[in-house]
Ligand binder design. Structure first.
Ligand code: PHB
Length: 371
């Protein structure tokens, strides 16, 4: 069966489109079934990935592209217990074993660069530090600290003269990621974390060049992407946005600011733009759906869609021209051979939410393969 670009969207009718190769910046992907970034909270306390991560990512190497779990760019970037980092020699060495395993299994992997901003707790940071944010505005948000769920610590505002250092941290993390053998990086500018906090008016009351107008609020994401692209080439850099996301106390009311972000990124020639279109279980309003469509239409490069897709809806999104590829989260977590299951129309393992965050190998590297 061949996929036709004008074929009607019908469940299970043309999964072949998911296996059409796709050029993404410097990479040639063999399929369009990507693995979305997924927090797993199984790293060592200093941010060094646990050796189980080698098996976890190798098992999922048949993805067109793996985007790693969010990985801290520096000590103040961390917001959850046991998440990995990519800024020390120990981080590089441990990630090198992961990327080697993925490459040996025929896969490709980007490192997701993550700064959480105000979504953190002082117990996760160095002595005397508090979370940083565009403005000193606390959110109605909790995180996982050493003792379990805690309210996030009220943040302090970043000084204007700290911004160059912040951008330098992204550059450093990018160099570390490439030294560790990643194929590129994705900048996390979604889901209520630091860069997203800069974009939104209710979390950014700055009066410098990074706040106030929509152009100013869009500036940091574009500057970070530009700085990172200078280090490794724009064709190895992607950006993740969530314009309609309400996770971590965000709002879906910033279409103009996101338009500035997307137009600014568009001028850089990046490998891809990645949208979290919705969180699992969240239904967008018609207006939010329309906003996704309008913002997506501003981007002429590779567009990765994410948000509770199944094979049929992914094929439909690609066939219609909406998406170039689709990133799957929870179902990739539970199905290490997800592309092959889609190819065969095979049943899927159910993800177990009890083992998403933290714990041992259970629910991490023991989901069964088809054969
Ligand atoms: C989470 O750990 O809950 C998490 C992390 C990154 C995201 C979203 C959720 O982008």
């Amino acid at each position: 069966m061949t996929a036709r670009s004008d074929a009607p969207a019908k469940a299970g009718d043309y999964p072949a489109i998911l296996f059409k190769p796709l050029k993404v910046g410097a990479l040639e992907l063999p399929n369009r079934v990507l693995m979305a970034p997924l927090t797993r909270d199984r790293s060592l306390i200093d941010g060094t990935p646990h050796e189980m991560a080698i098996t976890y990512y190798r098992q999922r190497a048949s993805a067109g592209l793996i985007i790693s779990e969010g990985t801290s760019t520096g000590p103040l970037a961390k917001g959850y217990i046991d998440v990995p980092g990519i800024y020390t020699d120990a981080h590089i060495a441990a990630w090198q074993a992961v990327t080697d395993a993925v490459h040996a299994a025929g896969g490709r992997i980007f490192c997701q660069l993550w700064h959480v901003g105000r979504v953190s707790h002082d117990s996760l940071l160095s002595e005397g530090e508090v979370p940083v944010a565009p403005s000193a505005i606390p959110g109605e948000i909790t995180t996982f600290g050493a003792t379990g769920v805690v309210d996030c610590t009220p943040p302090r505002a970043l000084e204007t003269d700290e911004i160059p250092h912040l951008i330098e941290e992204y550059r450093h993390a990018t160099r570390c990621a490439m030294e560790a053998g990643f194929d590129g990086v994705e900048i996390h500018s979604a889901n209520g974390y630091l860069l997203d906090q800069f974009i939104h008016a209710h979390t950014n009351e700055r009066d410098d060049a990074y706040g106030g107008s929509e152009e100013n609020r869009a500036r940091l994401t574009v500057e970070v992407a530009s700085a990172v692209a200078d280090v490794i080439g724009a064709d190895r850099v992607g950006v993740r946005l969530s314009p309609t996301g309400t996770f971590s106390d965000m709002r879906s009311d910033q279409e103009t600011a996101f338009a500035h972000v997307i137009d600014g990124l568009g001028a850089l020639g990046l490998a891809f733009l990645h949208f979290v279109e919705r969180f699992p279980g969240i239904k967008l309003t018609d207006e939010e759906e329309a906003m996704i469509g309008r913002l997506r239409a501003r981007w002429s490069g590779v567009y990765i869609a994410n948000g509770d897709f199944d094979a049929a809806r992914a094929a439909e999104a690609i066939t219609s021209g909406h998406a170039s590829a689709v990133a799957f989260g929870r179902i990739f977590l539970a199905n290490p051979d997800l592309p092959e299951r889609f190819r065969r129309g095979a049943p899927l393992n159910e993800p177990n939410p009890d083992t998403f965050y933290g714990g041992d190998h259970t629910g991490y590297i023991d989901y069964p393969f088809l054969d």
